[in-house]
Design a protein around this ligand. Structure first.
Ligand SMILES: Cc1cc2nc3c(=O)[nH]c(=O)nc-3n(C[C@H](O)[C@H](O)[C@H](O)COP(=O)(O)OP(=O)(O)OC[C@H]3O[C@@H](n4cnc5c(N)ncnc54)[C@H](O)[C@@H]3O)c2cc1C
Length: 432
């Protein structure tokens, strides 16, 4: 459950020093399990709603060092799913983007209130492919975006080469909405500004829990926490804690980041402004040029057990990422990758998120299918409100989404997921 310590984003920031570990039994009104975007956001909201109650948040590793500190930093307003031709599909897609946009608003509010510097850049994003035949997917997508009023533009070879500094891509759709940011700076700010009645315990893994007469007892190594209400915000680890196990499963992603390009290297690719490309096929590469001229690439997603990846396995993925960079920037030197890391996301079958009251005392939010920056922060806040028996317009929007659909049990699940990933990887072979 503890990730590697080689994530470039995490190592950009100085280490935190005020780490507290659970070392004696505790009682609290509220326990939040998982201190990523979701859990930290829930903690802030609960503190506002219940200033005199005791709120504890625990994490198995250091706070914000799971997916929330190691993602690619795309705060999205739209994602590309092909199709959306019928009115029903269009209305489902709108529900999805309504949630994304509420997510963006929630993050904006937070960074404005606390004056957070997280390299925020409202430069939009590209859905790009080297395969001209995939133009039709983008044209279809463009029709959907036009119907819903999203500002966007189709771009071709030369214009793309100028903007991205690579001639790898032949066609792209640029959406004006969507933000690029530094994921670790954002989650670090959420940790650093936790309110006073929130107690954070790290390197403290919840082992099991049970509910008895309205009190929930949670066991950690040698100690326990008893609480009145609990919120599960463990995302890729919901299944391992037995939460909604037939509706979500973890996937492991790996990414690499280069050092900053030198002036000369940067000039050789035409000195592009910061950009972010998402693939047209789901298993293609996500690739970013950061504002400090580093190249980030993520081009693997797999069912991987155990959850922590060994250095040897990580090195194998890093080679794939080196090839991905080489294909796009053949003139850059071979040895510019500075860090490689893995991270765990949570998926559902139909791409919908989990936001639920399991009973009067047990709540869960998570499973963002790779788009969890804005949605995680939104869902964290709103699950805290729901757990406090209040309602909001945001909760109504969240609850109007399609609900996650049932997954088959093991071993059929892994077999099905692996086959699907294999097929998707094949479809995306030109984009990796
Ligand atoms: C490589 C990568 C790239 C990504 N790119 C993007 C992107 O560009 N845009 C985007 O929107 N999303 C992206 N995502 C997804 C996004 O990072 C997640 O959806 C989001 O961080 C989820 O936040 P969370 O707080 O719900 O979960 P997490 O950040 O995973 O936090 C869950 C926490 O729970 C803790 N935990 C687990 N089990 C226990 C236990 N038993 N006891 C105590 N604590 C426990 C974990 O240690 C972890 O810190 C990416 C993810 C990865 C891995």
């Amino acid at each position: 459950m503890v990730n590697d310590n080689s994530c470039g984003w995490i190592n950009d920031l100085n280490k935190r020093s005020d780490i507290k570990i659970l070392n004696k039994d505790k009682f609290c009104d509220w326990l939040i399990v998982g201190a990523g975007y979701t859990g930290l956001s829930a903690a802030r909201k609960l503190s506002e709603l219940h200033p005199n109650e005791k709120i504890i948040i625990v994490d198995a590793q250091l706070a914000g060092e799971g997916a929330s500190g190691r993602n690619s930093g795309y705060l999205v307003d739209t994602t590309l799913n092909d199709g959306f031709t019928s009115n029903k599909e269009l209305s489902n897609y709108k529900k999805k983007t309504d949630i994304y946009n509420l997510g963006i608003d929630t993050v904006k509010k937070f960074i404005k209130e606390y004056q957070v510097d997280c390299d925020w850049n409202e430069c939009g994003k590209y859905f790009a492919t080297p395969k001209l035949e995939d133009k039709n997917i983008l044209i279809n997508f463009s029709k959907t975006l036009s119907k819903l009023g999203f500002n966007h533009k189709l771009l071709f070879n030369n214009e793309l080469t100028k903007r991205l500094g690579t001639s790898f891509y032949n066609v792209a759709l640029h959406t004006k909405g969507g933000i690029l940011l530094h994921p670790r700076k954002l989650v670090r700010a959420m940790i650093d500004t936790l309110p006073e009645n929130v107690f954070l315990y790290e390197n403290s893994s919840l082992l099991d829990w049970k509910k008895n007469n309205d009190i929930i007892t949670c066991n950690f190594k040698n100690v326990k926490i008893s609480c009145k209400k609990i919120i599960f915000a463990t995302n890729g680890f919901l299944k391992s804690l037995g939460i909604k196990s037939n509706y979500n499963f973890p996937l492991t992603l790996t990414a690499s980041m280069t050092r900053s390009l030198t002036d000369e290297e940067f000039k050789s690719i035409g000195e592009p402004k910061e950009w972010g490309v998402l693939p047209v096929k789901p298993m293609g590469a996500t690739i970013r040029m950061t504002r400090d001229r580093r190249i980030l690439i993520r081009n693997t997603a797999e069912v991987y057990n155990p959850l922590k990846m060994s250095q040897f396995e990580l090195n194998k993925r890093s080679i794939k990422q080196k090839i991905g960079i080489k294909k796009r920037f053949p003139k850059l030197p071979d040895d510019i990758i500075q860090s490689s890391w893995s991270g765990i996301v949570s998926r559902t079958r139909n791409g919908s998120q989990i936001f639920e009251k399991i009973d009067d005392h047990v709540f869960v939010a998570g499973c963002y299918n790779g788009s969890g920056i804005g949605v995680g922060i939104l869902f964290g806040e709103q699950i805290a409100i729901k757990a406090s028996n209040e309602n909001t317009k945001e909760i109504e929007t969240i609850e109007a989404r399609n609900k996650p659909t049932w997954l088959p049990p093991q071993p059929f699940l892994n077999l099905g997921v692996k086959t699907r990933l294999f097929y998707e990887r094949f479809r995306a072979k030109n984009e990796i």
